[in-house]
Design a protein around this ligand. Structure first.
Ligand code: 6PG
Length: 237
């Protein structure tokens, strides 16, 4: 595991984008799972503005680590956010965008998407393997859409599960721990002072840290890098 700590969200975005633009130089196809939330908005803006000419977007297939069960036109949609901050600014073939269909019946969509990963991705000991999974972490220590109150979803034998947001009750389709930990590269993008307590607990393996789903991210054979800003890294010794 590697920690990269930067001044602020924009510096995180710049350094992550430089890392991302190097990842697939020797690859003909690259499968990446995107995350939602506010941090990726800045990252996608930087990728599109400062790195798009350095990236052969035709090589990259875009998936999501989680999606809210809402239509793609809904402001809650991670797909809509990505369209606004990235896809509307770069030339990526439509067939390279594999969104989770938030408007469909959640359990059926979780099964469908899990099957798509089986079909499209190379296998790592029988599990679909992403080249890169991008994750965020909530203030409660959730990642993707696996929340502490449903942490058992992490160990599901399925590739995708249906989760429920603890506050809003909103349903979400999420990839599970087996998919995350099979990835070649996992990058956490975590910014803001609201994350500092859980980041410290997880990085320093404080008592009960395993109750936070983000603590379970530990690639079987891949690399894990935390991209943090100073606020999120406060208190890490
Ligand atoms: C989502 C994300 C979620 C997010 C965290 C952190 O769909 O909301 O996948 O896991 O990454 O909540 O979000 P911020 O980047 O806003 O801190």
């Amino acid at each position: 595991m590697e920690l990269k700590i930067y001044k602020d969200k924009n510096e995180v975005a710049q350094h992550f984008s430089a890392y991302f633009s190097e990842l697939f130089k020797d690859k003909s196809t690259f499968h990446v799972a995107l995350s939602g939330g506010s941090t990726p908005k800045v990252v996608f803006d930087v990728l599109a503005a400062d790195f798009s000419s350095k990236i052969d977007w035709t090589k990259i297939h875009f998936y999501w680590g989680d999606e809210r069960c809402v239509p793609p036109s809904d402001d809650e949609s991670n797909y809509k956010m990505t369209m606004e901050h990235l896809f509307s600014k770069i030339d990526v073939p439509k067939e390279n965008i594999h969104r989770i269909l938030g408007e469909k019946e959640p359990l059926l969509e979780a099964m469908r998407y899990g099957g798509l990963l089986e079909k499209n991705l190379p296998s790592q000991n029988g599990t679909p393997q992403f080249d890169l999974v991008i994750l965020g972490m909530g203030d409660d220590g959730h990642t993707a859409s696996i929340f502490p109150h449903e942490i058992e979803l992490w160990d599901s034998s399925r590739n995708c599960e249906v989760a429920v947001h603890p506050d809003s009750g909103q349903k979400r389709v999420t990839i599970t721990g087996k998919i995350i930990n099979a990835a070649s590269q996992v990058a956490f993008l975590v910014t803001g002072s609201g994350k500092a307590e859980k980041v410290k607990a997880i990085i320093e393996k404080q008592e009960d840290f395993k109750k936070y789903p983000a603590s379970l991210v530990s690639p079987d054979s891949g690399n894990l890098i935390w991209f943090l800003d100073g606020d999120a890294a406060t208190g890490i010794s």
